[in-house]
Ligand binder design. Structure first.
Ligand SMILES: *[C@@H]1O[C@H](CO)[C@@H](O)[C@H](O)[C@H]1NC(C)=O
Ligand SMILES: *[C@@H]1O[C@H](CO)[C@@H](O)[C@H](O)[C@H]1NC(C)=O
Ligand SMILES: *[C@@H]1O[C@H](CO)[C@@H](O)[C@H](O)[C@H]1NC(C)=O
Length: 187
């Protein structure tokens, strides 16, 4: 506070230097054009670690986000304007959709649907994040559920239930896809 007030009072030339310095010192982070999302758990021996996000159709235009160890089965994701998309087929836009709290559940489903999906995503330190805690975001959670492979959920921050034993807290890390492997039709 005091420092920035002092810098401001020195006038515009110092401000320019300050801006240039800031942009050289901050690490540059480019979001890859296309990427897979991969789980990372705090305990790397967890069977929820290093799994790739992929879509499992549950009804027309709606998929649960499930997690597979096989990268060949992973869905290609891309980011645009606070939305997370997946290239499931070139004919449709598939957005990542967060189920919103309706009945005071401690966690909510994560689906991939026709359309833009939920807004307010951002790429943090190479991870996919959703808004802030103010929106109720308590982070991603991978659980053994109904698909035979783990499924992704998000935790609602305002219900401090202990995590179920078949679940693990995860971050979703970006794994860039090389240019010649990027599927067409996502630009
Ligand atoms: C990968 O996808 C194939 C074809 O859909 C499926 O048979 C197989 O079980 C999947 N493997 C994993 C590890 O999810
Ligand atoms: C991964 O999935 C591909 C395509 O479904 C399949 O051909 C391959 O055998 C799988 N690899 C493993 C290790 O399961
Ligand atoms: C990216 O977002 C902009 C603004 O919301 C939109 O006009 C454009 O169609 C989007 N592009 C893709 C590939 O989704």
């Amino acid at each position: 506070m005091h420092l920035s007030a002092a810098v401001l009072s020195f006038g515009s030339s110092l401000l320019i230097i300050k801006t240039v310095l800031a942009s050289t010192l901050l690490p540059r982070q480019d979001t890859p054009t296309a990427y897979y999302l991969q789980t990372r758990t705090l305990d790397t021996s967890s069977n929820k670690n290093s799994l790739f996000a992929t879509a499992s159709e549950t009804s027309f235009g709606i998929n649960d986000m499930i997690l597979t160890s096989n990268i060949t089965n992973a869905s290609q994701g891309y980011f645009n304007d606070t939305h997370q998309y997946f290239n499931l087929d070139p004919a449709h836009t598939w957005g990542l959709n967060l189920g919103l709290d309706a009945d005071h559940d401690a966690w909510e489903p994560v689906t991939i649907r026709f359309g833009q999906g939920t807004s307010g995503f951002r790429i943090g330190f190479n991870t996919l994040e959703w808004s802030g805690r103010d929106e109720g975001n308590g982070g991603w959670m991978a659980c053994d559920w109904i698909h035979g492979v783990p499924q992704l959920f998000w935790r609602y921050a305002y219900f401090a239930y202990p995590i179920p034993c078949s679940c693990a807290d995860v971050t979703m890390e970006l794994v860039p896809i090389q240019g010649d492997q990027v599927k067409s039709g996502i630009y």
